[in-house]
Design a protein around this ligand. Structure first.
Ligand code: SPV
Ligand code: MG
Length: 326
């Protein structure tokens, strides 16, 4: 029997040892003194690529998932579509996944249903933002309406009461996005901590991280702080370590990289009516087969499939089709 290497994705499990996805995420987001990083994924292949690159946790981005489905980040994709994609991300990466749950798709009842379904899909955590349904992406438009603090705290409590410690609960504060002062964000952070959150995500749309650091100075790490440096990408991560930030989310770079690459390739193929010139610039098929572990399938066929039924040792036309599970 062939022994699989521990780095073989087919060999990893969502439960590593006795650790659940939430426990693995907790050791990264909540309890580790080291700064940790979550990489965006929006489908199975982007998740597999992030895992291969060495990331130890993923962010299932609402913006990127909506975009890959051809929707706008305005709750146009449904909660069940999100849950389906999260299942693919978990499956293909076997990493702990923090899911962008937007505002929870409604009130406390929708939020707790979403959390329950995400737990079933193998997610490690959910981030809920204090926006109103339907939400708008934080970088689109101005003066986004914020949820009432008490009402949003109820959403958080309902999620906590439903999934307890099986899912990390990150409360995301949109105060700074909506144009409010640090004090407003801090009073929300206190309320959301009291409601049972495991961590606070503070979001900013500025091109420098000044208001993030003003928040961390005032917050004094009462709960771990998570940030999303999409707009203030020039800030070095050493500054986040100094501010004792727990987790950085690289929220949409894979989706934007894929978009740029697809745009380039499509326009070249359209104008050249030939793929010869772009072939060296795109992933080889063998890379794709390696990424998705086709070797493991060949080994499994050798182990489980009678020889006469294996793809490379029979005449397909002589075999009756019996369906994928036969
Ligand atoms: C997402 O990735 O969907 C986020 C982060 O919510 S952001 O788009 O930066 O608001
Ligand atoms: Mg989002």
């Amino acid at each position: 029997m062939q022994v699989q290497s521990p780095s073989d994705p087919a060999n990893r499990r969502i439960h590593v040892g006795n650790s659940s996805p939430a426990e693995r995420m907790r050791s990264q987001v909540c309890c580790s003194s080291e700064l940790s990083f979550l990489m965006e994924a929006h489908d199975g292949i982007s998740a597999a690529i992030a895992a291969r690159a060495g990331f130890e946790g993923l962010w299932a981005s609402g913006l990127s998932i909506a975009s890959s489905l051809g929707y706008r980040d305005a709750n146009e994709a449904s909660w069940s579509q999100l849950v389906d994609v999260v299942g693919r991300i978990v499956d293909s990466s076997q990493l702990p996944v923090l899911v962008d749950g937007d505002g929870g798709f409604g009130n406390f009842n929708n939020a707790r249903l979403l959390a329950r379904k995400l737990r079933q899909s193998g997610a490690a955590g959910v981030a809920l933002e204090d926006s109103c349904f339907p939400k708008t992406n934080s970088f689109v438009g101005d003066r986004h309406p914020l949820a009432d603090i008490e009402e949003f705290s109820g959403r958080l409590r309902a999620v906590k009461d439903t999934v307890a410690d099986d899912l990390i609960l990150v409360a995301r504060i949109e105060s700074l996005i909506a144009g409010h002062e640090i004090d407003e964000a801090i009073s929300r952070a206190h309320a959301y901590a009291d409601a049972g959150s495991d961590a606070i995500l503070i979001h900013s749309r500025r091109s420098a991280a000044d208001e993030i650091f003003a928040f961390t100075r005032a917050w004094q790490n009462r709960l771990p702080v998570v940030i999303v440096p999409t707009k203030y990408y020039r800030t070095p991560v050493s500054a986040y370590r100094k501010a004792h930030i727990a987790t950085v989310i690289w929220a949409n770079q894979s989706m934007r990289a894929a978009m740029a690459a697809m745009q380039r390739v499509c326009s070249r193929i359209k104008s050249e009516e030939n793929t010869a010139s772009i072939e060296p610039t795109i992933a080889a098929l063998d890379e794709l087969f390696a990424l998705l572990n086709y070797d493991e399938l060949a080994r499994a066929e050798a182990r489980y499939l009678p020889e006469r039924r294996r793809p490379d040792c029979h005449d397909q036309s002589s075999i009756d089709f019996e369906g994928p599970l036969s």
